[in-house]
Design a protein around this ligand. Structure first.
Ligand code: HEM
Length: 480
């Protein structure tokens, strides 16, 4: 049973994620309005907003997933409140530092801060080192948190049990809950990519302080950057999936999901292949050894298909011809899985080398990753937030009806916003342009359509925010 302290800190995470999400959506809408020529921002403001939006979004949906698995993990093992608190404090400090570099220092190298961009200083000179320090602070907090959760799992389960290897054979003597298996697989990936970020930051600092006597290898830096960036962006989705495996059956009133041999095999495959799928970001780097490009394509299929296959299978089996108790929580899970699969298909299309020649760096890229984030992972986390908030406060019917209406608004807004990206991508509109060249006639009108639908999506998020945060505030004000 979780402690009151854990309930309170989880409430703080939820409130912080929601507030930062709303600000980041507004930045996203401003970007689309600028691309649609409805407002006029100078390019520094546009790229500052893009950098703030991108990194904040990745950060908040990662911590949202971590806060959710930390809360649910207490059902199986004792977790460390101190590690959770350290991560919270360092996240707040890291985000404030990062926002200072973008909003005050005008740092705008994009969330991928691809080498050597951070050294091509077109912003305050202090902004580059402070940006790197902010990443260090965030990475340190998240590393401590991830290692702590993994250590707690390994205190109760042996390594082979944590990875559910005993499930490869029939009738295992010990059962590993799917939640523990997926959390373990994900934490390994998270720790690996955070360690890569440490190496990356050390290399950046080494060059920064060397006064020109040390210059990094650009290809190595790009490999490290995408190993970190691609992996964390994918692992945060898997945190959401761990939550689904734990809660979907519970809220639906159906038997609890178990680890079967195919669930164990699929998630172990995911562990291996997710760490090499990032090579698909380097298809256009022709100096990259060709073998890595082939690994990139194969791993992109192998990382996504087994996990998606077993999850979709499990969800469909759970709902097909079964009377289940639908609530906002499992509806959000269900729609989120659909968003994840559709975005995943978009990603696999782009990760196929022959297609990438056409789609590389077009709006197809934000199209697919916004699909599995804005209509996938975000919904997994909001489902958890909603479920969590209704555990400790009474749930009246009226608010239930309102939340169902909110879901419809969310769907309309989300689908319209994403379609504007997909159609632009299919029409070869490039990504990351603050204003589009006149040759791309469809680009500006599509951006306006994107902004309108994104505003509808924002309305739904605001309603969820007021509804859920009210209950979280009650949890916070309850006696300890
Ligand atoms: C309705 C909500 C959202 C809006 C309006 C929005 C809007 C945008 C826009 C306009 C861009 C720039 C696209 C371009 O390359 O031209 C962008 C980039 C990006 N967005 Fe979103 N977005 C939203 C939600 C999200 C979510 C939920 C995530 C979660 C991870 C996210 C992560 C990113 C990232 C990582 C980038 C790339 C930034 C870069 O290239 O440095 N966005 N978004």
């Amino acid at each position: 049973m979780e402690s009151i302290k854990l309930r309170k800190i989880t409430s703080v995470w939820i409130l912080a994620v929601f507030v930062l999400f709303i600000v980041s959506i507004v930045l996203g809408i401003l970007m689309r309005l600028n691309q649609g020529e409805i407002i006029k921002q100078n390019s520094v403001t546009f790229y500052t907003n893009m950098t703030t939006h991108g990194l904040t979004m990745i950060g908040i949906w990662f911590v949202a997933g971590m806060a959710a698995i930390n809360y649910l993990m207490e059902r199986y093992v004792k977790t460390s409140y101190t590690a959770n608190m350290i991560a919270l404090v360092l996240t707040v400090i890291g985000v404030l530092m990062f926002w200072a570099t973008t909003f005050i220092g005008k740092f705008h190298a994009g969330w991928t801060f691809l080498y050597p961009l951070p050294f091509k200083v077109m912003w305050a000179t202090w902004a580059t080192p402070l940006f790197l320090v902010s990443l260090t602070v965030l990475g340190l907090g998240w590393l401590i948190w991830s290692i702590s959760l993994m250590t707690q799992i390994l205190r109760k389960y042996s390594i082979s049990q944590a990875f559910a290897w005993q499930h490869f054979k029939k009738n295992p003597s010990v059962e590993t809950p799917p939640f523990i298996l997926i959390s373990m697989i994900t934490l390994v990936g998270v720790i690996a990519c955070l360690l890569a970020a440490v190496v990356l930051i050390v290399l950046f600092f080494a060059e920064f302080f060397s006064n020109g006597s040390f210059v990094n290898d650009a290809l190595l830096m790009k490999n490290l950057t995408y190993f970190f960036g691609h992996t964390i962006a994918n692992e945060m989705l898997y945190l959401g999936l761990a939550v689904i495996y734990e809660l979907f059956s519970e809220v639906s009133g159906t038997p609890k999901w178990k680890t079967t041999w195919y669930v164990a095999v699929a998630w172990n495959c995911t562990l291996i292949f997710i760490l090499t799928a990032f090579f698909h970001h380097l298809y256009m780097d022709f100096v990259q050894p060709e073998g890595f490009q082939i690994i990139g394509q194969l791993a992109s299929y192998l990382a996504s298909l087994p996990a998606a296959g077993v999850t979709v299978f499990s969800v469909l089996i759970a709902v097909y011809r079964t009377k289940i108790k639908w609530s906002l929580t499992n509806l959000l899970f269900f729609i989120g899985v659909a968003g994840w699969v559709i975005g995943g298909l978009g990603a696999v299309i782009d990760a196929t080398i022959s297609n990438n020649v056409v789609l590389h760096n077009t709006l197809w890229v934000p199209a697919h990753f916004h699909t599995y984030n804005a209509m996938g992972n975000v919904l997994f986390s909001i489902a958890f937030f909603y479920w969590f908030s209704t555990q400790f406060t009474e749930n009246n019917i009226k608010s239930e009806k309102l939340t169902m209406a909110t879901l419809t608004i969310l769907l309309i807004g989300g689908i319209g916003f994403l379609l504007a990206f997909y159609v632009g991508g299919a029409d070869s509109v490039p990504r990351r342009y603050s204003t589009y060249p006149a040759e791309f006639t469809s680009a500006a009108p599509l951006a306006v359509i994107g902004a309108i639908f994104a505003t509808i999506y924002l309305i739904a998020i605001l309603i969820f925010f007021f509804n859920i945060s009210k209950r979280c505030l009650k949890v916070l004000s309850s006696p300890s």
